[in-house]
Design a binder for this molecule. Sequence first.
Ligand SMILES: Cc1cc2nc3c(=O)[nH]c(=O)nc-3n(C[C@H](O)[C@H](O)[C@H](O)COP(=O)(O)OP(=O)(O)OC[C@H]3O[C@@H](n4cnc5c(N)ncnc54)[C@H](O)[C@@H]3O)c2cc1C
Length: 492
Amino acid sequence: MLGVGIVGALSACSSAPSAAPPEPTAAPSLTTSPTASSSSAARVDWAQLRRHVQGTLARPGDPTYDTVRRLQNPRYDDQRPLGVLSVATADDVATGVRFAQDHDLPVALRSGGHSYPGWSGGGRPRALVIDCRPLDDVRLDGTTATVGAGASLAHVYGEVGRRGRAIAGGSCPTVGFSGLTLGGGVGVLTRALGLTCDAVRSMRVVTADGTLRTASDDKEPDLFWALRGGGGGHLGVVTSFDVETSVAPTLSTIYLAWPFSAAREVIEAWQQWAPGADDRLWSTLKALGGESHRGEPTLLLSGTWTGPASAFEGRLAGLLDHVPAPTSRVPHTRGYLDAMRAFAGSGAREAFAATSHVMYAPLDAAGIGDLLDRVHLAQDSGLKEAGISIDALGGRVRDLQPGDTAFVHREALATVQYTATFPPGSARDADAYVHGFRDAMLPHWGDHAYVNYADRTITDYRAAYFGDNADRLGRVRTTYDPEHFFTQPQGF
Ligand SMILES: Cc1cc2nc3c(=O)[nH]c(=O)nc-3n(C[C@H](O)[C@H](O)[C@H](O)COP(=O)(O)OP(=O)(O)OC[C@H]3O[C@@H](n4cnc5c(N)ncnc54)[C@H](O)[C@@H]3O)c2cc1C
């Protein structure tokens, strides 16, 4: 979740047999030679790829190219991939993988297009983008949803929510289910239901050899382990997920605001309370400055409760009894789907910089002081909105052990985001702001980070994202992509 400006106001059915094709099936090579050629991109026979897929290929100069190549973050609008293959079927994915191998082309994998560092854009290096967005079918069979890799969160919530079911995920409507789930997936229902990846029962994935596999606890278990928290872009192209849904809960939400002068007390009390609160209560604490917060930075709590509405106030007492009275309090009780729509905001494109931490220990007085100093720095930065969001973990996240899936941060207290939105122009100041903030907090929070908020400047990223799971991820990579065909930065 990003800041207030980005997340808005604060902030299938059957798993039809055809959805799980017989496995493994390998796509045929499109060249006469089974070995990769050393052709340069300039000599690639793109017409050949077009002839072999049901989807569409957009190349520079084609009418749709400038639309389909764009990511969510406008700062990456200058990325010009070799082509964007908008796949219509899992076979198209396999064909695209094999074509890229035959022609020595790098690929970039794309679903929702929200990669923080823009790695799904295929611009650096110029790559063939395998764009899964058209694979957006969401179907419900009993309590299991089959979610196409290209589905956005809003589409997933809409399809399962209108049938009285829920999946825990993030709030931003345009975020792709794939990228979010492959890295873990945190959101307003995380403490009540677990991470998004925890509800996944199986996935279909095209691996580097062009084979469409099913990964589950029983089939390809190491691959299944790695794809639940290891992040997208490294091990294969997921084409669909089977996800266990929950009964859609009624959600009580609350937004609380305090004057910034109360920030020290509120942060101190919140960090002691939120990660250990009733599992049904999730909250995030935001301290945001910048042009959108003239006067003084904003201090805001957004809370979500899935228990009986009448009991919400009582649960909040664990925090409110220890802090000054909020100056603003906005409560709502809504059905799951209405609540998720309310969280969604506009989903409008806005340029931003971001990085992350994962918090394993509460801040002491010096840490809170450093945090407040950095929020104050946003005031004269020229940035639109910049600061920190701390999203509570705990609850059902702890039902699993750090080694049970690739998402290692089971015992952490919270995920932390540093974000800065900026007006059209250079990203330099925004990048400097978020990295300066993270650097200032390193002595307090160490070097842990969340792979879904990937940051190319984190040098020891294996340890930061994956901790003790990094070595096993490396072994899975060796098994499924020994030639390192998937070339995304920060590989394992
Ligand atoms: C506005 C905004 C709000 C966010 N809110 C949340 C939140 O609430 N909770 C949370 O946990 N995260 C959140 N995130 C982070 C988000 O989960 C990650 O950025 C995620 O990787 C985005 O997935 P995507 O499919 O939209 O992006 P993409 O850019 O398409 O993909 C992200 C990564 O996954 C790879 N990938 C894409 N599709 C596939 C595929 N089919 N198979 C294999 N790899 C693939 C890409 O190569 C890339 O590395 C947010 C991000 C933004 C920008």
